[in-house]
Every structure is written in C-alpha cells, then in structure tokens.
Ligand binder design. Sequence first.
Ligand code: WT7
Length: 659
Amino acid sequence: MAETPQGQGQETLSNLLQESRSFPPPADLAADANVQADAYDAASADRLRFWEEQARRLQWEQPWSNVLEWNPPFAKWFTGGKLNAAVNCVDRHVDAGRGDRVAFYWEGEPGDTRAITYADLKDMVCQAANALTELGVNKGDRVAVYMPMIPETVVAMLACARIGAVHMVVFGGFSVDALGTRLDDSEAKLVITADGGYRRGKPSSLKPAVDDAVRDRPAVENVLVVRRTGQEVEWNEGRDVWWHDIVDRQPTEHDAEAHDAEHPLYIMYTSGTTAKPKGILHTTGGYLTQVAYTHWAVFDLKPESDVFWTAADIGWVTGHSYIVYGPLANGATSVMYEGTPDTPHKARFWEIVQKYGVTLAYMAPTAIRTFMKWGEEYPAQYDLSSLRVLGSVGEPINPEAYMWYRTHIGGNRTPIVDTWWQTETGAIMVTPMPGITHGKPGAAMHPIPGVVVDVVDESGESVPNGHGGLIVVREPWPAMLRGIWGDPERYKKTYWSRFEGLYFPGDGAKRDEDGDLWLLGRVDDVMLVSGHNISTTEVESALVAHNKVAEAAVTGASDPVTGQAIVAFVILRSEAGDGGADMIKELRDHVGAHLGPIAKPRQILVVPELPKTRSGKIMRRLLKDVAENRELGDVSTLTDAQSIETLKEAFQESGKSDE
Ligand code: WT7
C-alpha cells in the first residue's frame, strides 16, 4: 500500500482482515428452507413485483393500486391499500383457527411466567383499544409507551396500531430528560407506563420518572399505569388511571378500522450521540411487509413448530420489528424475557432456551462477547440442541465472537445470520440466508432479495471486490423510514445529501475478494493512520481473535507522527487471569501479524468495562476523549457514567506509551 498525504487516502477504507473459514448450511435446513436461491433472481428481475408478492402475506381490507410512488427522497408504498396492523398480527390468526397457539411465553425476571395465546392477545388488544378510545385517544394521536418488558407493552403498542394512534416507545432505562424531550417532540397526549419492572433481582421504578416528565407538560392528558411490581406510586387524581381499572372492564370485541398503507404506525427516536434525537417515522403497509418477510426468510420460520426469541428490549427497533410486528404478523410463538442475562445466574439465557425449547434466537454481539468473557461453562450446563438458527444484530460481530456463538451456543451446527439494518431501515437489509448462504465469520454477506445495496467510494463510485468504502442503498425499500417526525429538511440532509439519489446510512463497509459484504462500523469512527483509513472494527476483531481477549474497543487519537494513532481498550476473558507480563506486546504483535504493521495499536489498556450506550453499542467518542486526554463529552446516554471516569484515570496512570 502506497502512503498518501494525510486526508487524501486513495482508499475510502482499508481492507485488512482476511477470512477463509466458511460454513455451508446444514443439508436438512437447506432442503426445507423457506427461501431458495431463486428468490434473489425473482427479486432482481422485478423488484416491485417481488415486494407485491411479499405484501400478499398480509391481510388487506382493500388492495393497493400503486406499489411504489417515489419522489426522492420521499417514498410511498402500496398506496390505495388499506389494512390494520393489529388485525394482521392477531385477529387473522384467531380467525384462521389458530387461537390456541401461544404468541408469547413470557418469563419475568423473578421467575413468574405467563403463556399468552393468540386468542388471549386478541381479547387483551381489543380491551386496550376500547380503553384508549374511552381516554379520548383518536386516530393520529401520539401515545408514549414507557414500560418494562411485560406483555402489556405489546398489547399497548397493538392497541394503538388498532385505532390508528401512533406509538412512541421510550426505552424504560432512559432518564426523565430523555422521556421529556421525546414527549415534547412527538406531542404525545397519553403516556402508558407501569409502576416498575424487575431488573437485576429487584424492582426498578418507572412511574416516578413519568411523574417528573409530565409535571410541566400539560399536553399529556393521562397516564395509564400497569401494576407490575406493586411498588408504592404517587397518584395524580384525574390524570393517572390504573390499567386494571379501565382496561379489564372493557368488552373484548372491537371493530378495527382499516388504515391507509401509509398511515403512521410508530415513531422511534434514534439513540443518536449528542445531537437532538431524531424521531424516525414508520408507516403501516410497507413496514409490515418487510418485517414479516424478513422474519420468515432470515430465520427460516416454521410457525407451527419454531420457538423464536429476540433477546432485546421492545424499546429498540429490534424489539418493535422482531418481538412484536414480524413474529406476530407471521403467527409465530415467541419467548419474551423481562430481565438481565445474569439474574439470578450467568446461565439464565441458556436456562430459558432449554425450558422453552427455543429454536431461533436473536441477540446482540455485545451480549455474545459478554457470554464469551464469562466462559463457555455456563451454556454447557444446559441442553441447547433445540436451536437451529442464531442471529446477531446491532454491531459488527467479530469473527471470533461469531465462532464462539456458533460453537458454544449453536453446537457447531447452526447457521449464524449476521443481520445489518438500522432504526431507519425498519427491517433487516443485509444478511446471510440460513438455507442458502455459506456463512463467513464476521460478514453480513448479501442484501436480501428486493434490496439494492452497494459499497461506494467518496465520489459515489462502486468499489471493486477487495475494497472498502461506504454502504449505500440504491433503491427505496418497503420498510424505509418515511422521514424524521416534523423535520423533512433534516431527513434530506442526514440521509440523502452525501450522494445524489442514494440513501447513506453512515456506516463503513467493504466488499471482500468474494464480493461478500462486511460492515465496518460508523464512518465517524474510521481512523486515519499515516494516510490509511482503518476501521475500528477490523482492529477490534483482530484483538478479539486473541485467545485472552473477550472484547475490545478501538479509537483514533491524534498523533504528531502518524496523524492519528490507534488506541485500544480490551477486556480479558475470565480464564486469561491478568493476561501475564508480556501481554501488551503480545497483543500488539498479534494485531500486526493479523492486519499488518500499520494497524498495530500505539497503546493498549486492559480495562474491566467499556463505556456503552444502553442498547449495548460501544461509545468510541468517549474513548477518544480519554485517549486524547480531553474533557469527557456528553455521557447522558451511557449505562454507567462512573465507569468512564475510572477508565480515564487508569489511562492517565498507564502513561503515554507501551513501547
Ligand atoms: C447501526 C444501527 C439494527 C437494529 C438495532 C440497532 C450498527 C446494526 C449491524 C451489523 C454491523 C451493525 C450499524 C447501524 N449495526 N447491525 N449486523 N453489523 N453493524 O439499530 O440503533 O438504529 O443502530 O447499528 O452501525 O447503522 P440502531
């Protein structure tokens, strides 16, 4: 690689990591897979027709007249069509005679359980819809949902969808301020909450945060409260209403109106970093089409026999699309778990898999790396042989984490689907297909049928195989965001201004020698070292490939010689102890051997924890502040603000160089 002056790297992003392992789909899964290779051909021959076919898996009260109206960057899908999302997720399965099928096996953190059938869910959703109407909620109104992981959260969302109100779920771990700004921006008139939920072995309250947030927000007319923990709550007469008082006395019948395909379904605020959160708007017909299709295709769902589990919070888009709308639209049976993975013990997830016979599981790399750090003895205590497909979402999965997941959870048998998408895309966009794709550790592989993705350089030209660049989406897709709530200009500027006519998600990517796609993290995180653009993901993956390392976070710090230098923070695996005397040198050499000398970190610090957002993403921006000895930026979205202070002190003590 020739060196180029700083800031003018020839490559948009270097391609350093090589991977030769590859796993064909199991023969029986391949033979019986929902999606076969011809799906890609059908979709590329006629993309819109392909999506029309997928839309037909839903129940439409009125068929669409137009598949797509595209006035870049504004898309409308299935216009003229009318449907009701709640009817699609619940009623039609009951009407088809499947009312006795379990929709959710719900597991509370303290060990209490509920099995909710589709027939039960229908009654609950109808009652809740009637209650919302009684509270004066009308079609188009916004309803905030600030809840723990309990069945009523799903019911609340579906009740909104049923009457055409727009739900806006705020993750229950967010602060009063986060809730408040979202209430202001969405102008919600109702907040649905609970007294609290269980987390880490104890009740954690929600209602007090709502009380604080709503105090100076008269636009919120009512607060509807589910009793979950029995904690004492302050009561505001006239404003607060118990769920069991108003919902339980409602009739279990409710006539659902069919809404326009483009009727708003929900707003979900993206985590963002420092800027004002963006209210990502999703609508009904296209969104439901793509979440239902991808859930069926990517997990090879057999609704009669599979037990599906997304181990994420409903407060994130992953929960919206793959706990609620996708699985329910497909009539699937899911597991829903309220609590944390280490309560009351570090094998809780595997106990749940064994207990319910989970066949398809979906979780984040951050969880997988945590399990890796704890050690393989935990999953080894349980029978995980029911599992047949494993999914990953939220961050790049390092090849070693993929191998650990496949080996210790998947019994060396299950395909791993590394699914790339975003709150904005609404549904999975890039992923292996479990019955077709030869899985490659760390690679998200291919766009799904009907989605057109490319990797381009700074000038928008496609990069050849073996090169890195920026991922873009070339054609509109059914589940795409319809805009940012109340701010069309920001929508254009954020996603459509970088390249004319292309959607820019903000992620770096590469196309390897085989033409397969790898996602390399946010473009903002890319490091420029001696004229080379190096992704944090590749250096992190090289570190995680060392047998002593469970997790790594890498950032670029300004350096007088190289422009930026690589600084790494690593968490060791439990069995590695303190790593030994030469470990730092060992790790630097290991990265050098893996990726080339250019990628050797200048400094490596062993740490007990990494700063993460509440959805589990590493906050490299804060690590950069640490690495450059700067004041820390905004820490309000951090799970544990103290850990970064501790890390900062440790970094300062470790001195400037490990040479
Ligand atoms: C960002 C979106 C997708 C739902 C949950 C997160 C990163 C997501 C992957 C993946 C590499 C990934 C991207 C993306 N990301 N999945 N499989 N491989 N990176 O939704 O909070 O909107 O975050 O997460 O950077 O842009 P989100």
